[in-house]
Design a protein around this ligand. Structure first.
Ligand SMILES: C[S@@+](CC[C@H](N)C(=O)[O-])C[C@H]1O[C@@H](n2cnc3c(N)ncnc32)[C@H](O)[C@@H]1O
Length: 460
């Protein structure tokens, strides 16, 4: 929600000093990297936040995600205030304006003079001295005037107010209808629940200890393995760093639940990095069978990218997921296993990630309409390759964190058309998530989770 202008103090101060707070500087640098390198906020924030004091950490987090979640709205406001298109601005100047304007319009506790001075100083610090007066004037004007944006129609209004590219919002309207698309667009800007699950390193007291140190922790209503935590503190961070808990959205945990390995079944996770699901699958094998008993005969996890394989290895080590064999391959071409090797195969396919915009707000700006056809071709290829290494009567589970029909239902329907030995079966999940086409889906506005798609097939 945009805060009303009445709550904004009239800034009296001149530009007082050249200081930029560590939080604003970190947010500025993160946003710059996102723009220049298509980097992800979820990867950059922990790196920067590690070096900040707790108070600065919270502000850096808020500024980075707040600017990203409201970027189109902020840019339209900047264009209105300057009568200049934002693509004509120098990037450093535009970012200083976005950060300043976000604080003025959305944050109640930051005095206007601090927001303005620090954005001016940011411009100064990045040697864009000539733009200092512009930034100062634009932000001051924003404190004096109520800025009314004009919209061509209701679609544009929602797209701008929720900061989604119009083409993407229109795509969702075609797919889900106007009201559902609108709810989705608003849900994308909500702060997601912080959710963790236990690991092989947790003990019976892990959750109890976290609750005792003042964190509110509730069991998830939708997936048995998940815990929702409200608030954060050093112990929670320490537990995560030590691998005693693992942060993972409830919808992502549902995928591992749908896989549900039985004792002795061999398993391949075709697209496994960073390893959220395969480590969960090994751990639930332990929990079902009791500690000390060897889990499945064979657990294999692979990926294409070397740097992601390293993250997968590190995650397995951190969580003491010691039974996972890690392999590198290109699953679009061939897998280094004999045909019919595995009882269960999971294809958690590379996808657009439109179901995870709450966690990764920048995704909406990286995507373009043509990406979906390319992605669905890649997904189908990987599924074809993966299907070969599945034993007869084995189960093939396909999942994405995309909301798009082209990457989900359409891929499976084409696969089933071309592979008559496969039959679709209902994923073993609550009716809540089952669709009329016998797939499972989660929806951010309905389930307060990321948006995942799950399909299950049996090979005859
Ligand atoms: C959605 S992510 C998988 C997430 C993972 N299952 C988890 O739970 O943490 C998709 C993965 O597919 C991998 N990938 C992309 N193209 C691939 C290919 N041709 N062969 C194998 N893996 C590929 C990506 O590197 C990425 O790690």
């Amino acid at each position: 929600m945009v805060k009303s202008n009445s709550s904004i103090q009239n800034p009296k101060s001149k530009i007082q000093n050249r200081k930029v707070s560590p939080a604003r500087l970190a947010a500025f640098e993160i946003l710059q990297k996102i723009e220049m390198d298509k980097a992800f906020s979820s990867a950059l924030l922990p790196i920067y936040e590690e070096k900040l004091q707790p108070k600065d950490r919270a502000l850096c987090h808020n500024l980075t995600l707040g600017v990203l979640r409201n970027q189109i709205y902020l840019d339209r406001t900047i264009e209105k205030l300057t009568a200049k298109k934002t693509n004509k601005f120098d990037l450093a100047v535009l970012l200083a304006l976005r950060i300043g304007l976000y604080q003025l319009l959305f944050l109640d506790k930051i005095p206007a003079h601090a927001a303005i001075n620090e954005s001016v100083n940011l411009v100064q610090k990045t040697k864009k001295t000539s733009a200092k007066n512009l930034v100062n004037a634009v932000l001051r004007r924003a404190t004096r005037e109520k800025i009314e944006l004009e919209f061509a129609d209701e679609t544009e209004k929602i797209a701008v107010e929720t900061s989604h590219p119009r083409w993407l919002f229109e795509k969702w309207i075609r797919e889900f209808g106007f009201e559902a698309a609108k709810k989705l667009a608003f849900a994308d800007n909500e702060t997601p629940n912080l959710v963790f699950r236990l690991t092989a390193k947790s003990d019976a007291k892990t959750v109890e200890t976290l609750a005792k140190i003042g964190l509110e922790i509730n069991e998830s209503e939708i997936v048995a393995s998940a815990w929702k935590v409200f608030g954060s503190n050093e112990i929670l961070r320490l537990y995560a760093d030590e691998g005693k808990i693992y942060f993972q959205d409830e919808a992502s945990q549902l995928v591992a639940q749908a896989v549900e390995l039985k004792p002795g079944e061999s398993f391949l996770d075709v697209c496994a990095a960073p390893g959220s699901k395969v480590t969960q699958i090994q751990d639930s094998g332990f929990r079902i069978q009791g500690s000390g008993i060897k889990v499945q005969d064979l657990l294999v996890a692979g990926d294409y990218f070397e740097h992601r394989i390293r993250i997968l290895q590190a995650n397995c080590r951190k969580q003491a997921a010691d039974y996972i064999n890690i392999v590198r391959y290109d699953a679009e071409n061939a897998l280094p296993f004999a045909d019919e090797s595995f009882d269960v195969v999971l294809v958690d396919a590379p996808c657009s990630g439109t179901g995870t915009i709450r966690h990764n707000p920048e995704i909406r700006y990286f995507l373009s309409e043509k990406d979906f056809a390319e992605l669905s071709a890649k997904q189908l290829k990987i599924l074809q390759t993966a299907s070969k290494v599945l034993k007869k009567t084995g189960r093939l589970v396909y999942s994405t964190c995309s909301l798009e029909n082209e990457e989900n239902e359409a891929v499976i329907e084409e696969f089933l058309e071309e592979n008559r030995e496969f039959t679709k079966v209902l994923p073993k999940l609550s009716n809540l998530f089952l669709t009329d086409k016998d797939f499972a889906r989660t929806f951010p506005p309905r389930d307060k989770t990321d948006g995942f798609f799950i399909a299950e097939m049996i090979k005859r």
